[in-house]
Design a binder for this molecule. Structure first.
Ligand code: G3H
Ligand code: 13P
Ligand code: ZN
Length: 315
């Protein structure tokens, strides 16, 4: 049993007007919580790993744990590199068995992004691996890159078409108003749906049909989880995320992959804080880590039913 690529997942999601959830993984409990929810909802899923996660957990451990998840659940699971910073990291993940890699050249100037993405695409395709790239700049923090709101730029539709044609990339992450992390907006959340529509129309006009778009920075910053953290000694103040209905609407359009990490982190932290607070005398990690796993499972199930719409995507 092996990981699947996202190609078929996205083709079905595009047609079915839903998205596949891409959740960041760092350890066993996170993986188990996510796939347990997907199993209940009979949903395909993308488990994604950032450069810092590779450093934290070691690629071999992550690959083996995801292999175990595939074997245990029988689900379609893609293993994806999130925000790959360079060719070497993408190549190492392809060699380690990943079925999908993201090369994130969004902080380079346009021509450099095209050239570097193309190099990754050529190598990945020669090895049966698909590539996600990014055009436009999201606000927020990811790995070592911190883009403030003033320097975030939305994706230009004409450039997006040119980029897809010249790089041969399989999916594209765009900037239309989402941002990474737990502090996404000062005012109201806004998503530029007109821009998303324009990108799709222009791709279609060039004969690029049903091209999958990716939304990063799409955590809702679940307010129950934030409250649970704060009620149990946390100090997460003013955290705000994407409204669920906006993400649902994006899923019904060309968006086929929705990235969520912050909400998983909040769920894990909330459950552990509560467990420590409720039982100060307990010190068996299986207690609090088990609670964290359960909360992650509940959170992901909510994402599948309320945001992604990917229930029964295994059929
Ligand atoms: O977009 C980035 C993800 O949230 C991963 O974060 O680099 O801290 O693992 P990380
Ligand atoms: P959030 O910070 O909104 O969870 O976004 C995660 C992400 O885009 C990972 O690539
Ligand atoms: Zn991201």
């Amino acid at each position: 049993m092996a990981f699947v690529t996202t190609k078929e997942m996205f083709a079905k999601a595009y047609e079915g007007k839903y998205s596949i959830g891409a959740f960041n993984i760092n350890n066993m409990e996170i993986i188990q919580g996510i796939v347990a929810a997907c199993k209940k909802q009979n949903s395909a899923v993308i488990l994604q790993v950032s450069k810092s996660a590779l450093k934290y957990a070691h690629p071999l451990y992550l690959v083996k744990m995801v292999e175990a998840a595939v074997e245990e659940t029988g689900l379609d699971i893609a293993l994806h590199l999130d925000h790959g910073p360079d060719f070497e990291t993408c190549k190492a993940c392809i060699e380690a068995g990943f079925t999908s890699v993201m090369f994130d050249g969004s902080h380079y100037d346009y021509e450099e992004n095209v050239a570097k993405t193309k190099e990754v695409v050529e190598y990945a395709h020669a090895h049966g691996v698909v590539v996600e790239a990014e055009l436009g700049k999201l606000a927020g923090v990811e790995d070592d890159v911190n883009v403030d709101a003033a320097n975030a730029t939305y994706t230009d539709p004409d450039q997006a078409v040119d980029f897809v044609k010249r790089t041969g990339v399989d999916s594209l992450a765009i900037a239309i108003g989402t941002s990474h992390g737990a502090y996404k907006f000062k005012g109201e959340a806004k998503l530029d749906f007109a821009r998303l529509e324009k990108i799709t129309e222009k791709l279609e006009a060039e004969g690029i049909h049903n091209f999958p778009i990716v939304l990063h920075g799409a955590s809702a910053v679940d307010q129950d989880a934030v409250a649970m953290c704060n009620e149990n000694g946390g100090q997460i103040k003013g955290a705000k995320g994407m409204p669920l209905e906006m993400l649902r609407k994006a899923s019904s359009m060309a968006v086929c992959k929705i990235n969520m990490d912050t909400d998983i982190r909040l769920a894990m932290t909330a459950a552990i804080r509560k467990a420590f607070n409720d039982k100060p005398d307990a010190f068996d990690p299986r207690g609090y880590l088990g609670d964290a796993r359960n909360y992650i499972e509940a959170m992901v199930e909510k994402k599948i039913t309320e945001v992604l719409g990917s229930t029964d995507s295994m059929n």
